[in-house]
Design a protein around this ligand. Structure first.
Ligand code: HEC
Length: 206
């Protein structure tokens, strides 16, 4: 009985020593106490954060409606339809004014045009997730072009538009004010800085 107790004390003491040395390595600014992992680079961090509605975090580059039209036909129409009417993939345009109605037989038609509050989300979504069979394959200019094309087909921007970090962030989506703020108190106190600023890689848009 007493042997067991002193053995467990020795084990417990061993753990304490280990924990203390790990903590001092951590405090000294080394890597994680378990000895694996590396400090992420800015571009690695960028893969986990989305551009903000005001354009911060959007990359350089640009694309026109005409360029987007050609890309859409080649890489998107097979799933989203040649008129963006949907198919295997979602319908992308139309449905404005259907979100709020009193007729239970009329379901709301949620599309990029009718529902999405910020155009910057379109860039982020396409860049990360589309085409569904090859996500991540489009470069930034191509994604801007596709945004320009979809927004133009939705009659949100003119057909001769060019989209870049500034012009995309300046687009006012039709349902921009269709969302109601949630008035319940926040569990965590509000932070003064945006997630991008906290990560220190996206300054104000120039
Ligand atoms: C292989 C089929 C396929 C291809 C090709 C494809 N998509 Fe999609 N797309 C989908 C599916 C399926 C969804 C719905 C995904 C989900 O809800 O998780 C989707 C969703 C989307 C959405 C979000 C729609 C919404 O309202 O939520 C956008 C925007 C979009 N795709 C754009 C594109 C663009 C631009 C291309 C061409 C570069 C493309 N997609 C190519 C299948 C496809």
């Amino acid at each position: 009985m007493s042997t067991t107790t002193s053995a467990s004390r020795r084990i417990a003491a061993g753990f304490l020593v280990l924990a203390a040395s790990a903590a001092s390595a951590w405090a000294a600014g080394g890597h994680a106490p378990y000895g694996f992992g590396t400090t992420p680079t800015e571009s690695e961090l960028a893969a986990f954060t989305s551009p903000l509605p005001d354009g911060r975090g959007l990359p350089a580059g640009s694309g026109t409606v005409a360029q987007g039209d050609a890309l859409y036909k080649g890489q998107c129409a097979s799933c989203h339809g040649d008129k963006l009417q949907g198919g295997i993939g979602d319908r992308l345009i139309g449905g404005r004014g259907t979100l709020v109605n009193d007729n239970p037989a009329k379901a709301p038609i949620k599309t990029v045009e009718s529902y999405w509050p910020y155009a910057t989300t379109l860039f982020d979504y396409i860049k990360r997730a589309m085409p569904q069979n090859m996500p991540g394959s489009l470069n930034d200019d191509q994604v801007y072009a596709l945004c320009a094309y979809i927004l133009s087909e939705a009659k949100i921007v003119p057909a001769d538009s060019t989209m870049d970090a500034k012009s995309l962030a300046a687009v006012k989506m039709p349902n921009r004010n269709g969302f109601i703020p949630d008035h319940r108190p926040e569990k965590f106190p509000p932070v003064a800085k945006s997630p991008h600023q906290m990560l220190g890689f996206a300054g104000p848009l120039k």
